[in-house]
Write a protein that binds this ligand. Structure first.
Ligand SMILES: C[S@@+](CC[C@H](N)C(=O)[O-])C[C@H]1O[C@@H](n2cnc3c(N)ncnc32)[C@H](O)[C@@H]1O
Length: 232
């Protein structure tokens, strides 16, 4: 089974010889890939859905990898004990759900060294949580699949300073790395915000006026990031 470009980019962040918790693993493709490619020694694949769990069990059985992949049914890190894993992957969920999963079981979260997080939406809210809760974003990568951008965040524990507010929306590492997809992502966001502004322009409520100004400011900040990338 070939991994999708998104899952492959996630796998590339997983350290060698790691013991991984893949939270919300669904199909189980990532655990199998990590074991088959000798990246991880052991993977615990979890999911809250019994249906997903049945898929994983079948897939892992068909690969003969039962001894290396532990499959557990449950909510987030509830089914992981402190120090049982050194790396966690939480991918393909909303940023707010990822933040809730990290926040709910502090003892487990604090015992993990490597965090590989891929929010489908609300990446800014997740980054805000990381900055405010003693995480350092070590690296980030963008992937585009089926016309959708995915942000992959690799973090560790440790305090980091938020240099500019826009870095919640556009990860600072993406700028420093000059991620090949960054310019396209920023232009996509600018077009989207102009479109929303066009739609709410004539709705004269306090909330829409506030939103209009907020988007206008965001566009300015995004254009500044574009200039920054172009000048470097
Ligand atoms: C879109 S799939 C992503 C699958 C895989 N991680 C990936 O990135 O391709 C999201 C999975 O997360 C599971 N999920 C949602 N909330 C969860 C939670 N609180 N704890 C564990 N799994 C959860 C869902 O059942 C679903 O299988």
């Amino acid at each position: 089974m070939m991994l999708s470009e998104r899952l492959l980019a996630i796998a590339n962040f997983v350290p060698k010889n790691s013991i991984v918790g893949d939270i919300g693993t669904d199909h189980g493709y990532l655990p199998v890939y990590l074991i088959e490619n000798k990246i991880s020694k052991k993977v615990i694949g979890t999911d809250i859905s019994l249906n997903s769990l049945k898929k994983i069990i079948q897939y892992v059985d068909s690969k003969g990898l039962k001894d290396f992949i532990d499959i557990r049914l449950g909510d987030g890190l509830d089914v992981i004990k402190p120090f049982e894993i050194d790396t966690v992957v939480i991918a393909g969920m909303g940023g707010l759900l990822i933040k809730d999963i990290l926040d709910k079981n502090k003892k487990v979260t604090d015992s993990i060294t490597h965090f590989i997080l891929q929010p489908n939406v609300a990446a800014d809210k997740l980054r805000e949580y990381l900055y405010e809760n003693n995480f350092t974003i070590i690296d980030e990568k963008l992937v585009k699949e089926a016309n959708k951008f995915y942000e992959i965040i690799y973090a560790k524990k440790g305090k980091a300073l938020l240099n500019k507010r826009i870095h919640l929306e556009i990860g600072e590492k993406l700028i420093l790395n000059k991620d090949p997809l960054l310019e396209e992502l920023i232009n996509f966001k600018i077009d989207l915000y102009y479109e929303i502004m066009g739609k709410i322009k004539h709705k004269d409520t306090f909330r829409t006026r506030e939103r209009y100004l907020e988007l206008d400011k965001k566009i300015m900040e995004l254009k500044e990031v574009l200039k920054e990338i172009e000048s470097n």
